[in-house]
Design a binder for this molecule. Sequence first.
Ligand SMILES: Nc1ncnc2c1ncn2[C@@H]1O[C@H](COP(=O)(O)OP(=O)(O)OP(=O)(O)O)[C@@H](O)[C@H]1O
Length: 265
Amino acid sequence: MDVALDDVTVEIAGTALVRRLNLTVGAGDVVGLVGPNGSGKSTALRCIYRALEPTTGTVLLDGSDIGGLSLRNSARAVAAVTQDGSPELDFTVTEIVELGRYPHHRGGAALGRRERDVCAEAMHRVGVTHLADRGVLSLSGGERQRVLIARALAQEPAVLVLDEPTNHLDVRHQVELLSFLRTCGLTVVVALHDLNLAAAACDRLAVLRDGTVADDGPPSDVLTPDLIDRTFGVRPDIVRHPVTGVPQLVYHLGPDEPTPGGTHP
Ligand SMILES: Nc1ncnc2c1ncn2[C@@H]1O[C@H](COP(=O)(O)OP(=O)(O)OP(=O)(O)O)[C@@H](O)[C@H]1O
């Protein structure tokens, strides 16, 4: 299923949070939103998972206006892992993941065998099976984040929207999550601050500045020292990943930077 934001503007109290934003994500593609704090990444994602309605412009799923779908039907197509999705009640991990089945389920009937299998598979994919009976409030930040990803997968969406999903994850789980996003076959739109992870994981990067897409293309076209400087006000060196060839950024920390031998000058 493909997703498009067509000339989307979101205004709140007379201020445009995103303006005239255009983005297309082909079926099965992984597209990263990158950009400075406050550039509109979360706002754009909220329009896709319908936490916000564009003031003008349209979000399209396979060419149809998402606003024409019932919320239940759009939740069958689009799942989100958000920055503010942490549960406040101490449900068990299994109960939280089973909430992902809600858009597919009528009434309060118990989940059937297939539904429970979908949830078990989702927990397995993000490595939280061993936490199944734990109260979610007792989990670490990274464990909780993986539970929320499992809940999104249990939704069996065609489109997965993730807002900074690597927050709280240790490096192994960051790598596992981004490898999974590359191979899951879903249409993925993901906001990421780590440009090296974004370059490794995404087919394309859309660079947001001041609420609109300023650049859009494959990581090797987009991640240039000039663009990083223009966008973030820092000028890294760009090296190539020795195996994949994707660009990787090396930052300079200034006069106190450690020397190669590991001691400060
Ligand atoms: N409900 C709101 N009311 C007013 N302003 C808002 C609201 N939500 C977001 N903003 C503002 O809109 C701008 C874009 O915010 P948004 O969260 O989309 O940026 P972001 O690129 O995701 O930032 P970050 O990288 O810090 O997560 C920011 O200046 C933010 O302060």
